[in-house]
Design a protein around this ligand. Structure first.
Ligand code: ATP
Ligand code: MG
Ligand code: FE
Length: 339
């Protein structure tokens, strides 16, 4: 049983095929990063145009790699949101056209459900399960009691973790996207600056990164005015320490409170070396299992959409030919659809 999935929510045109819910057959990702770099971020109009150019080629490439034709596919899954509306529309329309022309069932998928389900390509889920989603647009702690059900127990009140990384990187004049560059620089530096950590109210699983981001920017600005040199690797290491401390501590507390069997890390920032190490350390003596996806499944891809789509399909979810891009699609509502 094969699911073909399309993901075009941001700046990656991706098509993947997954067999029997958990076996990755092929995972093709056409990245546009080079086109957006000089603007220091994703330009929505450019993203949409690239998706239009790439979508057919990417589809063909996935089928060629898998040595399959579209007739071998049982279901078409596609990211319906959240993301950039013009970018999402390219994938949604391609999926609808395919499903209609070939009379295949169509399943719309939530992008963040996809980031979580990327982990199921590596390891079967055991519930209850806690997921730390850290990406370019999201920082959330999500509790799952069963497949397809999502309860957000904490979220960011301002910037997402990835966003904070990218903004601090820009201040340090590192190329876009800055996360991986800060990560690399941080390995070479000392945690010599005491940046703030936003713990928020007692017992809250929410996050806030804008104060930290401003503290880094102010520190660099003040140093410049006084003609002081702060080694950028120390700024990177200290900033990363602060982010990772808050993320890993809150995740650990929530895992304990909810007595989960598994803790999953998902989204682009799950690629972060500091975060991976801190979580491994925190959970090393715990009974609950820590799942961290391999790097190629952390950032945007369609394999994760196929994995989430396959489960939704098994649960009986179907989208109609009126499926639309939904840039603000809510995860909890998405989980409750049809019930
Ligand atoms: P969302 O999934 O919330 O819609 P997105 O799809 O743009 O947003 P992802 O592709 O999941 O986000 O992740 C991209 C983000 O991950 C970027 O902000 C990038 O800087 C960050 N990132 C990637 N690798 C690392 C790393 N090693 N350390 C820190 N951040 C990283
Ligand atoms: Mg991306
Ligand atoms: Fe993403």
């Amino acid at each position: 049983q094969y699911v073909l999935a399309i993901e075009t929510s941001c700046d990656e045109t991706a098509v993947a095929i997954v067999k029997n819910e958990r076996e990755l057959v092929t995972n093709v990702v056409a990245s546009q990063i080079e086109s957006h770099k000089r603007f220091g971020g994703v330009v929505p109009e450019i993203a949409s145009r690239h998706h239009i150019e790439q979508i057919t080629l990417t589809l063909e490439e996935a089928l060629t790699q898998a040595e399959m034709t579209i007739d071998d596919i049982e279901t078409i899954a596609v990211t319906e949101g959240p993301g950039l509306v013009g970018a999402l529309l390219v994938g949604v329309n391609a999926a609808k056209a395919l499903a209609f022309a070939k009379q295949k069932p169509l399943v719309g998928v939530h992008h963040i459900a996809g980031h979580i389900y990327a982990n199921r390509l590596e390891k079967e889920f055991e519930f209850p399960l806690l997921s730390l989603v850290v990406s370019g647009g999201h920082t959330e702690l999500i509790l799952m009691d069963e497949h397809g059900s999502f309860e957000v127990i904490g979220e960011t009140r301002d910037d997402a973790a990835g966003e904070a990384y990218d903004k601090v990187a820009r201040t340090l004049k590192l190329p876009y996207p800055g996360g991986p560059h800060i990560d690399k620089l941080a390995q070479e530096g000392e945690v010599s600056i005491d940046f703030p950590r936003a713990w928020l109210e007692d017992g809250s699983y929410d996050f806030s990164f804008s104060g930290l981001k401003s503290a880094v920017i102010n520190k660099l600005h003040n140093a410049k005015q006084k003609n002081e040199e702060i080694p950028p690797q120390d700024v990177a290491a200290s900033f990363q320490e602060s982010v990772v401390d808050v993320l890993s501590t809150k995740t650990y507390k929530a895992a304990k409170e909810y007595g989960v069997k598994q803790v999953i890390v998902a989204g682009g920032v799950a690629a972060n070396k500091g975060l991976r190490a801190a979580l491994k350390d925190k959970f090393k003596e715990e009974e609950c299992e820590l799942l961290i996806p391999p790097l190629h499944l952390c950032t945007d891809n369609a394999a994760m959409i196929a994995a989430a789509g396959a489960v939704a399909y098994q649960q009986g979810h179907r989208s109609g030919y009126d499926l639309n891009a939904n840039p603000g699609l809510d995860l909890e509502m998405y989980g409750k659809r049809g019930s």
